[in-house]
Design a protein around this ligand. Structure first.
Ligand SMILES: *Cc1c(COP(=O)(O)O)cnc(C)c1O
Length: 396
């Protein structure tokens, strides 16, 4: 007789077998040393096109030094949650710097630092939305936004990707409802690399008295003057904007921040469970992020963004010459749609054999039939790195 405790075991085994049968098994790779354009992956020297380290700062000497300095100044761990003894001078300073850097979209901006972007998104959505709130969410939003909306128990309407007319119609249909309305969007969509029509989103939000939450995980550090982010890129301003930037991608370290009017941030401090019920991240990490933000804002940051822009141009031209379907992306995320899972995996394997790490992205991350290679560019790449990729793609 099967014991009930084995029912779950059998279901997991069956589930894993199904994943294999559909060519969807995911495998982690182990990196020795620092993550940069050139690195050691599972013991082999490779050129990586898989990271979100868009400015090449993850291995930057002075940010590493700041992390070490932070550990010597503040110790290894924070010792507590932010509200119970774990909030350090390093966290406080970083929040002031981030509010000044990216808060130009609102009067009286304030920033709140989180351990991860996933938690920041859960915090924003569960705190600003709830039963009785209407949330309008882009069909291609990141999983952390989707999970945040689900956890909030708000009523959700999904609008077709970047379709402002459809969104306008949905908002119009809910015109008579007194409920708080929240529009939620990625700025740069992580699997297609396209940028949301943010100016029109702000317009439509104002028209219907809605708030707009913008997840700028792939824009902070890269877009806008000095890398201030997607809202600065379009010089948008509204008191009803809530901005989420992450600090483990272009900033090369870890964590995230929410920036909004001080009243919104104070409400998060009082009420956001993903902020309150977790240990504050090590102050040294915040200290290192401060160093990273200084570089992002500096001439060196400008030079890194300019180099990245030229790599993006080269890659766009290169992908057009292949027999597959490039996605029209102006950002560091350059997808090449192959189609089937097996074909995509085979192509990634062939590139891998040539020392090129380009991840295959499959369902459920992207819709079925649109499996793709996702080429992520970094200012740490050289023109020769791209020439290697170009050569490999042209011979496959
Ligand atoms: C990576 C990412 C997140 C999560 O940020 P982490 O700091 O990695 O947890 C949130 N939103 C988007 C769009 C992302 O790409």
């Amino acid at each position: 007789m099967t014991r009930t405790s084995d029912v779950l075991f059998d279901a997991l085994k069956q589930g894993l077998a199904d994943i294999d049968a559909r060519g969807l098994r995911r495998r982690r790779r182990t990196i020795d040393g620092a993550n940069s354009a050139h690195m050691t992956v599972d013991g082999r020297a490779m050129i990586g096109f898989a990271s979100n380290d868009y400015l090449g700062l993850a291995a930057h000497e002075s940010i590493r030094a700041a992390l070490a300095e932070g550990a010597s100044l503040y110790g290894a761990g924070s010792g507590g949650s932010h509200l119970l003894g774990g909030h350090s001078r390093a966290h406080a300073q970083l929040e002031d710097e981030l509010a000044a850097f990216s808060g130009g979209f609102v009067d009286d901006p304030r920033a709140l630092y989180f351990s991860t972007g996933y938690m920041a998104n859960l915090a924003v959505l569960t705190t600003l939305a709830g039963r009785g709130t209407l949330v309008f969410s882009d069909a291609l939003n990141h999983a952390s936004l989707i999970d945040g909306v689900r956890l909030s128990r708000a009523e959700t309407q999904i609008y077709p990707h970047a379709d402002i007319d459809a969104l306008d119609a949905m908002l119009d249909a809910s015109r008579d409802q007194t409920a708080t309305k929240l529009i939620v969007t990625d700025s740069v969509f992580s699997m297609d690399g396209d940028i949301a029509p943010l100016a029109r989103l702000v317009e439509v939000a104002e028209k219907y008295g809605a708030w707009l939450v913008v997840d700028d995980a792939h824009g902070f550090g890269v877009l806008g003057p000095q890398g201030r982010g997607a809202l600065a890129h379009y010089a948008l301003r509204s008191p009803h904007l809530v901005y989420v930037g992450t600090l483990g991608k272009a900033a090369g370290v870890a964590g995230a921040f929410v920036c909004a009017h001080a009243t919104v941030i104070e409400w998060l401090v009082q009420r956001a469970r993903p902020y309150i019920f977790t240990t504050a991240s090590p102050p040294a990490v915040a200290h290192a992020v401060s160093a990273s933000v200084r570089i992002i804002a500096s001439d060196e940051g400008d030079a890194r963004r300019a180099h990245l822009a030229s790599l993006i141009d080269t890659t766009r031209a290169m992908l057009k010459r292949t027999r597959w379907l490039p996605v029209d992306s102006q950002t560091a995320v350059q997808p090449l749609v192959i189609g089937g899972n097996d074909e995509t995996v085979a192509l990634a394997a062939a590139l891998d054999a040539q020392g090129l790490w380009v991840p295959a992205i499959r369902p459920p991350t992207v819709p079925s039939g649109t499996s793709r290679l996702r080429i992520s560019l970094s200012a740490a790449h050289s023109d020769e790195d791209l020439a290697r990729l170009d050569h490999a793609l042209s011979t496959l």
